[in-house]
Design a protein around this ligand. Sequence first.
Ligand code: PEP
Length: 249
Amino acid sequence: MRRPLIAGNWKMNKTVSESVEFARNFVDAVSDVADRDILICPPFTSLQVLGQIFDGTNVKLGAQNMHFEEKGAFTGEISPLMLKDVGCTFVILGHSERRHIFGENNDFINKKVLSAVSHGLIPILCVGELLEEREAGRTFEVVGTQLEEGLKGLSKEADFVVAYEPVWAIGTGKTATPELAEEVHRFLREKLAELFGKEKAESVRILYGGSVKPENVEGLMAMENIDGALVGGASLKVESFVKIVNFGR
Ligand code: PEP
């Protein structure tokens, strides 16, 4: 019932020419995939040209961050209008690197989520616990608060995606086991049902992120409440990302 979404987060990787080379090969390699959504979130500098390459294909374009204002004196920031203008339909918000390296908090992320939705962009709200929070038995409390505060004020008609990304599994090669991830995904769906009602909760896609690779994607995607993947490192090579996109086929 929930259409899978496989999203690549390139982080601060690839020049424009490297992005173009990837995109041309990738579009050809996945052109026959019709039963799932495919998304690439490159650095800002590559958005426009990838928007042109992906136009009319089955690959969607997303950004890795944005400011909540439309324009103004916000040096170094990018606005929702600018993202829409180059063809973005999704935007990753609250990624753990934004939270922990750049100090973004739930309140700031919530403003971006509301702004994204009001501009017709689909936010991918990332939540996830640090290793010490997991070891202290605080996983549900942390991700529950991030979810509730990140989505505060959102109408249940809004189109949004949630990504569970345990911080200890991002870029470390340590993937959560499918069972461990599923436990948190189930909790997040229950929380969504409290916030927006059961019907809406059943329709929201909850992605898993954290060292997803061709070797572990099948086990993760077999879980009832895992509806896709947010992929960092393994989305940088056409071969590995195509394999992930093609899970189950
Ligand atoms: C990410 O960037 O969101 C991520 C999950 O990275 P990686 O797949 O490299 O762990």
